[in-house]
Ligand binder design. Sequence first.
Ligand code: NIG
Ligand code: FE
Length: 393
Amino acid sequence: MSGSLLVDNVGELVTNVAGTGDGSPLGLRRDAAVLIEEGRVAWVGPARYAPAAGRRIDAEGGAVLPGFVDSHAHLVFAGDRATEFAARMAGQPYTGGGIRTTVGATRAASDGTLRATVRRLVGEAMRQGTTTIEIKSGYGLTVADEARSLRIAAEVTGETTFLGAHVVPAEYAGRPDDYVGLVCGPMLAAAAPYARWVDVFCERGAFDADHTRAILTVGQAAGLGVRLHANQLGPGPGVRLGVELGAASVDHCTHLSDADVEALAGSQTVATLLPGAEFSTRSPYPDARRLLDAGVTVALATDCNPGSSYTSSMPFCVALAVREMRMTPAEAVWAATAGGARALRRDDVGVLRPGARADLMILDAPSHLHLAYRPGVPLIRQVLHNGVPQCRS
Ligand code: NIG
Ligand code: FE
């Protein structure tokens, strides 16, 4: 009992254990408590039956939710592209071409500079409720720079993704086959020890279907799980290819055909939507309603990166998904927690039930609805990661 911690006086508890509590997918319980032991949830139930514990946190009637699972972020980079953002807001389109600007800055940066940025952004995300975050490489694009990006990412998360196929770097201009050979050979070999996943930006102007298939297939053979950027800037083969290869997630999904939706609906592949990118590129949002109504599992993530979506805020993405993508607040909260966990093939996060990681947030608000209802307001009072209080705002 001495090492145990009780979070009680919880006005509304989001468990994400479907069919429990109010019977909804969020498994909502009122007047609840959560007992934590050794970094895990040990017990969940009515506050009046709560076991004794060594320490107590009073949620003061606030809502408690699983920590957000941000399953898509690019945090290893140097510099920013605020000027590019301003030009877009003045009418310039987003093409992904600015990725090369960040590649130049990232290659020139020291390990210490990159590490400081990663840690700053992870801290920023944590203060906004994120307790699991995926981090991609993709701004190094040499063997050494991709490996170091992943090495630095692996210092702060187990969810690391090799994105050597982000764009063809300038020194390989006009020679995409040669660059894909490098990615599939020495770059993958150097990156794989630090990576859990392999990803490709499958898009016109980045990598085509043949290159994408080649890279994902060798990545899989090296023991990495598959995810990909697909159908962000226009229609294309990415989503169906991802489903065919058993990807855990296809991300963006902004331009989908009926066949894409059908393929996703009959699969274990999650559609991860990144509304921060549409916000920051002033583009049409993906049609979340169409995906949900077809039975597709949807996740929400930030896509935090200096070009298309420089936000680390999952609450902001939840609010955008509700207001702009016709998701209900409950669907958006589920997608940002349990959905992100599905996209990372994790069953120990995004859920509050005995045995799960004690990753949770306490809101300065009585219900999860307030995350979308009060956009831009810092509602996250406290975050626990592995049962350890991280911050109090
Ligand atoms: O997910 N789409 C490709 N990659 C990033 C953009 C990166 C950038 O613009 O620097 C994305 O939106
Ligand atoms: Fe991305």
